[in-house]
Design a protein around this ligand. Sequence first.
Ligand code: GLA
Length: 384
Amino acid sequence: MPSLLTAEQLQSRFQEAFGRTATVLARAPGRVNLIGEHTDYNEGFVLPAAITRETRMLVAPRDDGRVQLSALDLGRQTTFDLADGTVTPSREERWSNYVRGVAAGLLKAGYRLRGMDVLMQGDVPIGAGLSSSAAVEMAAVQAFSAVGDLTVPPEQAARIGQQAEHAFVGTNCGLMDQLASALGQPDHVLLIDCRDLSFQPVPVPPAAAILIADTAVRRQLASSAYNERRAQCEAAAAALGVPSLRDATLQMLDAAHLEPLIDKRARHIIGEDDRVLECVAVLRAGNLAAAGRLMDASHCSLRDLYEVSSVELNTMVELLREQPGCYGARLTGAGFGGCAVALMAAGALEAAIPIVAEAYQSRTNLTPALYPTRAAAGASFRRL
Ligand code: GLA
């Protein structure tokens, strides 16, 4: 897993790459979703937090309208031009399409962009379901904002990141990841209503700890399976005669007798929206046991109805649940590999981590990564 360089180390790498000194440090975190999976593109509710892993961009402005990108963790460089007002995806340097897509979106929204040299580095694992791509997108918005003196509202930044995924990457994602990365608040999860994008910070009870458990399986075919789920939800909403599954109820679903696969997908979304709201209520009451039970139920629904779990995710979730002090555990993010999240008693982490790591390894032959995280602040920049 990548680790973060210090600001000084980054500055000297920037010097090496571009022969000058950076003037801005932009950053944006990854996210973990406590509950509310696949609900965002159904205009429903989600409960993510920004995490203490982030993408950093060290930046200096350029006056020739060019953007020079150097990705330290990948050992790759690329350049693109803002001058003619359009930016297109790169076939060769696909990793850069998150930044290119953000540039294209900002231009389309009417912002006047300044060129820049950018050195990227971070410690959000790639393809692990912790939104490394949203972190890059939201850091890019911060970088363009800093060098161009722009003020981009966080909701618009999130939409521009989402557009970059749709048009430049090919994932028809919702808005949760970008919103969490843009709006995160220390020690709070965010209840986001993905219909009107209003949000409420919900304090994480001090007795609770959030543990991320990476299965070490990278998501495969995630884009096509994800887009397929989204299309199935749209088909369900159309068959039920509602604008989106946010507006559907279990009674409506029971009465409609949809084809079994579509019925299962819709059943997950409708149940999951209810679980998010219930989870917020029990967290506010400090009832961690009840919050954990809702997370468990969410996992079962994702496994059996939405069918986005995997053997490794199920194994990890089972092992986490067996640990004393674990309130609940579930897959987090899109699924198909990546990470699980557990809600734990803060004092139980130390004992649980090595036990789960060892048991997971012996059952799967894979080396997992388990690390506690805290809810962190959303994207920002500072001048150096
Ligand atoms: C991915 C997408 C999000 C969301 C989750 C599933 O992370 O980018 O928009 O749909 O999957 O909840």
